[in-house]
Ligand binder design. Structure first.
Ligand code: IMP
Ligand code: MG
Length: 186
């Protein structure tokens, strides 16, 4: 397959096949826990978009879905700590059982903010599903209810995850070559 992005990838962390198998396990676990609760999936844009599409199909349960836009990055590799809502929810979440879908739990700033926000809006329960978890960098006391893979402290891209809005369309998860972001930080 042609690609002008591969050259920026240091190594592959999880292949397409590994991701698919793990997402199916996560979908099965969600089915068991939520199939009689008409849950509402809440995807955190933009990073969730590929994972969310696969996860809702893996879960095969009656459910609804929604998106929220949040931003804590100024296109860099570190969280600024300040979370902004860039696109709000479009439906009433009062009394609903929510399944928050996030690409990666890193400092925890984004999800700590979001969980508080959703509970303040009247959600009955908030479950957090993250594809990747980077516990070594946590600043807020927040844990995922389901995490796909625990990743080391390296900057990863692909399968929805970006650097400067690029690389989201790489089908696997890989570590970005540090020279790619170092050349932008000079
Ligand atoms: P947190 O608020 O620090 O937990 O960061 C969560 C957000 O930071 C994620 O939704 C990602 O958009 C971004 N992020 C954190 N680590 C990485 C990474 O290794 N690659 C790409 N994006 C990341
Ligand atoms: Mg991002």
């Amino acid at each position: 397959m042609k690609s002008n992005m591969e050259q920026d990838i240091l190594k592959v962390l999880y292949t397409e096949e590994e991701i698919k198998a793990r997402v199916q396990e996560m979908g099965d676990a969600l089915y068991d826990q939520f199939h009689d609760k008409n849950p509402l999936f809440v995807g955190v844009l933009n990073g969730c978009f590929i994972f969310m599409a696969d996860l809702v199909r893996a879960s095969q349960m009656k459910s609804q879905l929604e998106f929220i836009g949040l931003s804590s990055y100024q296109n860099g590799v570190k969280s600024s700590g300040v979370v902004q809502i860039t696109r709000d929810l479009q439906s009433d979440i009062h009394g609903r059982n929510l399944i928050v879908v996030e690409d990666i739990l890193d400092s925890g700033n984004t999800l700590a903010f979001l969980k508080k926000y959703l509970l303040a809006k009247g959600a009955a329960t908030v479950n957090i599903v993250t594809l990747l978890d980077k516990p070594s960098r946590r600043e807020k006391a927040i844990t995922a209810d389901i995490a796909g893979f625990i990743v080391p402290d390296e900057f990863v891209v692909g399968y929805g995850l970006d650097y400067g809005q690029q690389y989201r369309n790489i089908p696997y998860i890989g570590v970005l070559k540090p020279q790619v972001y170092e050349r932008n930080e000079e």
